[in-house]
Unconditional design. Structure first.
Length: 399
């Protein structure tokens, strides 16, 4: 739902009821991930998309029905049709599990606060019950960036249990599903909930004020990173040379890295290929819980760099985290091509992907996003629907 937080926040401020259809499970090659929503208000105004167009009409009508009749939340399932690729279904071959529910802002003021945080670019999360007892389906628990619960549709004990797991996913910065319950210690009834996370931008730290850094900072900004360019030479580290960076720092790289905030979503790119900068910086970087560390240089430079890092006391396990020479093998030569190569490796590393051509791989094209340390539980489609792929169908599942 946070993909349309701006509009939903405005509707909530205006106390305008709306129907919200959210992807709660994805299987196969679906165009959009779990957590993506479309909403329809009482005037028929629609915002968002959950399929790139192929099932929007069906979802729209279901939203209008639930909103008009004030029905309880309902799950709908959409699958692929081999017999008629233009029938209602996902022509891309994917399968979607969708939860449709009516939202009344006057009865759920805590949602307005969470949407305000998300729309303002601040960290927030909304945990949405997507499977469990009928009376809890669609229930919402909202959290602030510090993990503090700000409102809930559930009872106190269940809310605390949901908030505890949701806070961990919020810290990881990714939308994902989680399950709890089935025991007296948490919740007596088993619940599955989807945690919608609006996180601050991940960081891209680029060290070395060179032409390659300028191209990489532009690519990083395009990908949604908060980009910092750092160089010890003030004459080169200027806003004029790096107009796409959010922050320009003139300082020794390792000194800046020691005092700046990083997390598992941070990508560090060392483009200086100068040992007096690289070695102190990489000694520190390889001991930090960041998601990506890459260093530019030839294979000869890399071999010498590894020798110096070993002499500095780094272990082989730490050195395996270093991506050098940096980037994927695209035959890149220009700064712009090299930036694409590096950006592609960061994307592949972030998503635990191979970086191989899709034409040389098998299986689903779109993989579920996996927050660091949190396995993705995946969609839970009924067995009878999974066995019927190849038939044209759209099923509505009652809770």
């Amino acid at each position: 739902m946070l993909n349309i937080a701006d509009t939903l926040h405005r509707w909530c401020r205006e106390q305008r009821p709306f129907a919200l259809a959210t992807i709660i499970g994805v299987s196969g090659s679906a165009p959009l991930p779990a957590g993506t929503s479309v909403a329809v208000d009482e005037d028929g105004t629609v915002v968002g998309s959950i399929s790139g167009g192929c099932v929007e009409g069906q979802v729209y009508e279901l939203c209008r029905q639930i909103l008009h009749d004030q029905e309880a939340p309902r799950r709908a399932w959409f699958g692929y049709s081999d017999e008629d690729a233009f029938a209602v279904g996902l022509t891309c071959g994917g399968e979607l599990d969708v939860l449709v529910q009516r939202i009344d802002p006057t009865a759920q003021p805590h949602l307005t606060r969470a949407l305000s945080e998300a729309a303002g670019g601040r960290t927030a999360a909304v945990a949405q019950v997507v499977d469990g007892p009928a009376n809890l389906l669609g229930g919402l628990v909202t959290l602030h960036g510090d993990g503090r619960m700000s409102g809930t549709d559930l009872d106190a004990d269940t809310s605390r249990a949901v908030a505890e797991q949701a806070a961990a996913l919020l810290r990881a910065g990714r939308t994902a599903r989680s399950t709890l319950g089935g025991d007296a210690a948490t919740c007596p009834e088993r619940l599955t909930f989807l945690v919608h996370v609006a996180a601050t931008r991940p960081r891209l730290l680029v060290f070395g004020a060179i032409d390659f850094a300028a191209a990489l900072s532009e690519a990083g900004r395009f990908l949604g990173y908060h980009v910092t360019v750092c160089d010890a030479r003030p004459v080169f580290a200027t806003p004029a040379r790096f107009p796409h960076a959010h922050e320009i720092v003139a300082d020794w790289p390792h000194r800046y890295l020691r005092r700046t905030a990083v997390d598992e979503r941070t990508a560090i790119c060392v483009l200086t290929h100068d040992a007096k900068f690289d070695i102190p910086l990489l000694r520190l970087a390889l001991d930090l819980p960041v998601g990506y560390i890459g260093a530019m240089g030839s294979r000869r430079t890399h071999t010498e760099r590894l020798r110096l890092l070993r002499e500095a006391g780094l272990t082989e396990e730490q050195l395996t985290r270093l991506r050098s020479p940096i980037g994927l093998d695209l035959g890149a030569r220009t700064p712009e091509e090299t930036a694409v190569s590096i950006a592609a490796e960061i994307i592949a590393c972030t998503n635990s992907a191979t970086g191989r051509p899709l034409s040389r791989t098998t299986g689903p094209i779109h993989r579920p996003a996996q927050p660091a340390g949190f396995p993705h539980p995946g969609p839970r489609f009924p067995a009878e629907t999974r066995s019927r792929r190849g038939a044209a169908y759209t099923r509505t599942l009652q809770p």
